[in-house]
Design a protein around this ligand. Structure first.
Ligand code: ZN
Ligand code: ZN
Ligand code: ZN
Length: 124
């Protein structure tokens, strides 16, 4: 028997707002509370809207392989596939703390990340 890897449950905190004939969902990063709001989803029930909204929002969040939390790009260490609470972003050359917006290390000047990183999201 082949053991299927279960699809991770999308656990980001979210809020549902009814708007006209549909719903709009806002999902929040578990570290910063920053949100991503979906386009208006033409659904009859909040449950349906959540299902659709999740599929959309998954593309804007990253799942930490350590704590399994969902965080925004800003709080995700894509080199380690973990949130920065579990694995802080550091310079690979000198170990100085690094931030997403800095392309080069402030201490040693080494480039931090490839500019066009490959997203390894496995959508089905
Ligand atoms: Zn965040
Ligand atoms: Zn984590
Ligand atoms: Zn450095």
């Amino acid at each position: 028997m082949v053991a299927d890897r279960p699809v991770p449950i999308f656990t980001a905190k979210y809020r549902t707002v009814r708007e006209g004939a549909g719903f709009r969902l806002t999902f929040f990063c578990e570290l910063c509370g920053g949100g991503y709001t979906t386009p208006l989803l033409g659904c009859d029930t909040p449950k349906e809207a959540l299902h659709l909204g999740e599929q959309d929002a998954r593309l804007h969040f990253n799942r930490c392989e350590c704590c399994h939390g969902w965080v925004c790009d800003e709080h995700f260490n894509e080199n380690r596939m973990m949130c920065i609470a579990c694995m802080p972003r550091i310079c690979t050359q000198c170990g100085a703390p690094a931030s997403k917006s800095e392309q080069f290390c402030k201490v040693c000047g080494a480039p931090h990340f490839e500019t066009c990183e490959e997203r390894m999201d496995d959508y089905e």
